[in-house]
Ligand binder design. Sequence first.
Ligand code: SF4
Length: 326
Amino acid sequence: MNHIFGPVNSRRLGRSLGIDLLPRKICNFDCIYCEVGPTTNLTCERKEYVPTAAIIAEIDEYCSDPRRMDLVDVVTVTASGEPTLHSGLGRILQHLKEMTGKPVAVLVNGTNLDNPEVVVDLCRADVVVPSLDSALEKSFRRLNRAALCIDLQAMIDGLVNFSRVFSGELWLEVLIAEGINDTPEDLEAIAAVISRMKLTRVQLNTVVRPPLEKFARPVSPERLAEIARSFSLLPGVPMVEVIAHGASIFEKGADIGENKAKFRFLRDEELIENILQMLQRRPCTAVDINRTFMLNGPGKVEQLLEPLVQAGTIEKRLYNGKEYYQ
Ligand code: SF4
């Protein structure tokens, strides 16, 4: 399957079946912390980059075995880029709602919400998770390296207006990078936008996985907790979570058994294919992979992946004292 991956254990959403709308890497940002890689098509053009019918056909094929959906908590629409750039987003969300019967979440970068068509499309989702890393032009440009067609003020107004019309859950993700958007002025500007929005929660993140650029550095857990405390005091903010170092849902006993049931019967080749699908979207440690696929320890992951490292299909990278496959 080209557009469906998982289910994977998501830190935020539980057992998440991923729907990837775009090939690498079509985006209107080129964030310094991106886990997908450099943006090869930096664009604001909204169009059908991949035939909507092809994505819908994959969804139908996946759903043709109802047992598969028993292993899924939520369907997450994402992209190896920015999903709102795909003009078939609304149709795909509608189809997912009808076919899966599961809550549908969409991860977006916060742009395009000033476009009424995108607002109508996203209103079909149950959960929308937009990002806002900076409300100041200088740090916004340094961190997100947006295409010139992106206007920060229009983006912020779009976010605020969307928060007023969307009736589902709206979780705003803010990623803080050391020395870039962690100044008091930056945090005040973000807080001012949060105060104007109607949110279900704010999620604070930092650079935890190997970033695109080496100069994208994390802030400490203590600093993140301090920022979370200050945001939680803002009027109208029901919840602030630090997701950077959070425990994943798969650490809750009941879920482990079910995932194990799915992956235990996969042959090594199928396991490797599933692991590669996951690595295409984000770098992972052997411990991450072992937890997701419930193997017999990180040693088994190394045994499976070492030949691929030797062959140059994937590589290992040391980041913050941890070794990541990517
Ligand atoms: S992090 Fe998201 S928004 Fe930023 S460049 Fe990567 S895919 Fe685009």
